[in-house]
Design a binder for this molecule. Structure first.
Ligand SMILES: NC(=O)c1ccc[n+]([C@@H]2O[C@H](COP(=O)([O-])OP(=O)(O)OC[C@H]3O[C@@H](n4cnc5c(N)ncnc54)[C@H](O)[C@@H]3O)[C@@H](O)[C@H]2O)c1
Ligand SMILES: O=C(O)[C@H](O)CO
Length: 328
């Protein structure tokens, strides 16, 4: 007798080839329009699906998991970060959680480097002059930025993406420093010629550029708070491609306005799309709409990871990218 297909609910529109493959393999309910599900729609989804495929724009908290039906056994997240999912509660309720690490590492690290270059070399200011038709020709003194080679980069969170940023920064001649929950093995430090700082405060105070690459967890919430931001050198730049919650956005905005921090490049925000309007007014700030992993290749490979996680689970094994609370 043919095995009953898993019922899978996908909360957002995914790239077409991913949706097609999901539909071939499973009994899939796809989203008609590219908006996040309402709470009521999410509740209905967890009530009768075997597998939920959410994204970063869905809040899968204890309240929602409390409404989940007996059938819900896997939350196969389309994305690496799982801070929007209450992984501990899911585990208590016997629901597995998986994510899509690795396939978006290079893309997100590219974006971190792009932000570093954009801020340090003042690219948006140059672009604005060109777009307004205000360029009056080459000048020895206009739009002078800083040289990347020789600048000290401090990476907060030296995991997959942090190390990919280190590799790129090394190629640009930057000096790589890092702070991480655990120190890397000596051979990996050597590979990046990276200096480890046990004290985040001490690292922050000495860097020219800080790149945030740790996940958002209770222990990283406002790791860059007002006190720590004040330790930054006034000519330092901060770049965030991880999650907005790691930086106190209000304090950062205040200090950027006051000229106490030279610049910032942000892909992610503390309150999602509700961005502090004052950030938008600043010339020394480059803002992107959470597009670190936004490449065609990356988004297709994220889909392949989701498929593999669900298929492996269907075959009676643990999904290869299972996330458990102790990893967070
Ligand atoms: N902007 C984007 O589009 C985008 C894309 C992918 C991932 N992300 C974000 O980037 C994060 C990192 O992804 P990754 O694949 O590199 O994860 P990872 O797990 O490989 O690396 C995270 C690193 O942070 C370290 N860390 C955790 N808590 C820490 C703490 N309190 N202090 C210091 N270090 C700490 C971990 O030890 C680990 O080395 C994801 O969790 C996600 O939030 C954003
Ligand atoms: O964490 C990630 O994969 C990206 O931020 C999108 O979810």
């Amino acid at each position: 007798m043919a095995r009953e297909r898993l019922s899978v609910v996908v909360t957002r529109r995914l790239p077409e080839p991913v949706e097609t493959r999901l539909s071939e393999l499973f009994d899939v309910r796809l989203r008609d329009d590219d908006t996040p599900m309402s709470r009521a729609e999410l509740t209905a989804a967890v009530k009768d699906a075997d597998v939920l495929v959410p994204t970063v724009t869905d809040t899968i908290d204890a309240g929602l998991l409390g409404q989940a039906g007996e059938r819900l056994k896997l939350i196969a997240n389309y994305g690496a970060g799982v801070d929007h999912i209450d992984v501990a509660t899911a585990r208590q309720r016997g629901i597995l959680v998986s994510n899509t690490p690795g396939v978006l590492t290079d893309d997100t690290a590219d974006m971190a480097m792009a932000l570093i270059m954009a801020v340090v070399r003042r690219i948006p200011e140059g672009l604005a002059i060109m777009q307004k038709g205000d360029w009056e020709g080459w000048s020895p003194t206009a739009l002078l930025g800083g040289r990347l080679a020789g600048r000290r980069l401090g990476i907060l969170g030296m995991g997959r993406i942090g190390q990919a940023v280190a590799r790129r920064a090394g190629a640009f001649g930057m000096q790589v420093h890092y702070h991480n929950r655990r120190r890397l093995r000596p051979e990996i430090e050597e590979r990046f010629e990276a200096t480890y700082w046990e004290s985040l405060d001490q690292m922050v105070a000495r860097m020219d550029v800080i790149s945030i690459n740790c996940p958002s967890t209770p222990s990283t919430f406002h790791l860059m708070n007002a006190r720590r931001l004040k330790l930054l050198k006034p000519d330092a730049v901060i770049v965030n491609t991880s999650r907005g919650e790691v930086i106190d956005e209000h304090a950062l905005t205040r200090m950027l306005r006051a000229g106490e921090i030279a610049g910032a490049g942000l892909d992610v925000y503390e309150h999602g799309t509700d961005i502090n309007p004052r950030l938008r007014e600043l010339e020394n700030v480059v803002l992107l709409p959470h597009m670190g992993s936004a490449t065609i290749e990356g988004r297709l490979e994220m889909g392949e990871k989701v498929l593999l996680n669900i298929k492996t689970f269907e075959d009676g094994h643990r999904p290869p990218d299972q996330v458990v609370p102790s990893m967070l």
